[in-house]
Design a protein. Structure first.
Length: 385
């Protein structure tokens, strides 16, 4: 019988956490595990046809950088009962599935506001199967919180978790660039390589466009407004295509369209985004985990504009690593709308024709993640080898 894995994830703002968790679930399923993915954020797309089981919890989300106020689908503050229902569903899953491995996405390094449900899930899984492995799954860059929260997270790692899957490449961007890694934590880190969705990108055709993308949330609205203004300054005649995530409202897109010149196309994000990117002249994007992987795969000239509102530092750390490696130019919005538009238009002109280096970033996170989980199970149960 296949070993079973239960993954719990809740994306609060953009969709990156769910995309990465789904990639991990797919990789583990293809590696021979029976996988269930429980998601507590806004549904991204239908999960029919996937090699893993999918469970949707009652939705919790946030707006902007206010991660303390948890909202429901309608944007209203959640009732306490919603958290109780989510916990009950996770506990029922753990009791019924008796997973060999439980994976908490982003916790305990983040998602403190959902700590009760992650801790309840771990306790229920351990009750159902005391020898179950408990793993944390994190991206390459974390947001460094206050020192007391670092201590709390590391105490939970030491007491509850068998290992931490770091979906990145230590040679390109190690976790200690964003989180203090002491000896105890270092012993539990397992770098998997970047966890990309390597399903076929579709037919790639040269489109000569400037592709502007902003992830799944509304956080890219300032970037999009700047791009529309920059496109107006671009005298080349090339088309600019803005691809907006589901988190951006129709009214915001309508306002952008009203200001955009005819050569600017504004539409929702498309499933053929990797193919569009691979055929573009220049890409302008934020510096989210999945977007950066698409950029590296496309090998096109790129400008990355990190989202840095509030205390968000993740995308800045990643964007600066991209620039150091010659993979993209890191462009920061200054708040001077006219000046930023002029500078972005100039940056696009300078980027045309550039050839990013073939940097050997480890993108084999899918196969390596499955291999690492198998190794951890073998180490924990040597008599079953």
């Amino acid at each position: 019988m296949s070993a079973s894995v239960l993954i719990a994830v809740t994306h609060l703002l953009g969709s990156g956490h769910l995309v990465r968790a789904a990639n991990l679930a797919r990789a583990l399923a293809q590696g021979g595990f029976a996988v269930t993915l429980a998601s507590g954020g806004v549904p991204l797309r239908a999960m029919d046809g996937e090699p893993f089981a999918f469970v949707q919890l009652p939705v919790i989300r946030t707006e902007g950088t206010d991660f303390r106020t948890l909202l429901d689908e309608a944007g209203q503050p959640i009732e306490p009962q919603r958290k109780a229902v989510r916990i009950a569903m996770l506990e029922e899953l753990a009791a019924r599935l008796r997973p060999d491995v439980v994976i908490a996405e982003h916790f305990p390094f983040g998602r403190r506001q959902l700590a009760e449900e992650f801790l309840s899930l771990i306790a229920a899984a351990k009750t159902a199967r005391p020898e179950a492995l408990v793993l944390s799954s994190v991206r390459d860059v974390l947001v460094t919180p206050r020192s007391d929260r670092i201590a709390e997270a590391e105490e939970r790692i030491a007491g509850l978790f068998d290992a931490v899957l770091v979906h990145g490449d230590a040679g390109f961007l190690s976790l200690d660039r964003s989180w203090p890694v002491g000896e105890g934590l270092a012993e539990k880190l397992r770098y998997t390589g970047y966890l990309a969705d390597d399903r076929p990108a579709g037919t790639v055709q040269e489109n000569g466009e400037v592709i502007v993308s902003g992830g799944g949330s509304a956080a890219a609205l300032p970037l999009f407004a700047c791009a529309v203004a920059a496109a107006r300054l671009d005298r080349s005649g090339r088309r600019w295509r803005l691809l907006a995530g589901r988190g951006m409202t129709d009214s915001d897109l309508a306002l952008l369209a009203a200001e955009a010149p005819e050569k600017v196309v504004i539409e929702r994000a498309r499933p053929d985004f990797p193919a569009l990117l691979a055929g573009c002249t220049v890409s302008i994007s934020q510096a989210g985990y999945n977007t950066v992987l698409d950029l590296v795969a496309a090998g096109r000239p790129a400008i990355v504009v990190p989202f840095d509102a509030g205390n968000e530092t993740e995308q800045t750390v990643r964007a600066e690593a991209m620039e150091r490696a010659g993979l993209a130019r890191c462009f920061r919005l200054s708040g001077d709308f006219v000046g930023d538009a002029v500078a972005l238009a100039d940056a696009v002109g300078e980027a045309i024709g550039a050839q990013p280096p073939a940097l050997p970033i480890d993108r084999d996170g899918a196969a390596r993640s499955a291999a690492i989980v198998k190794e951890l199970l073998a180490e924990a149960r040597p008599s079953e080898r």
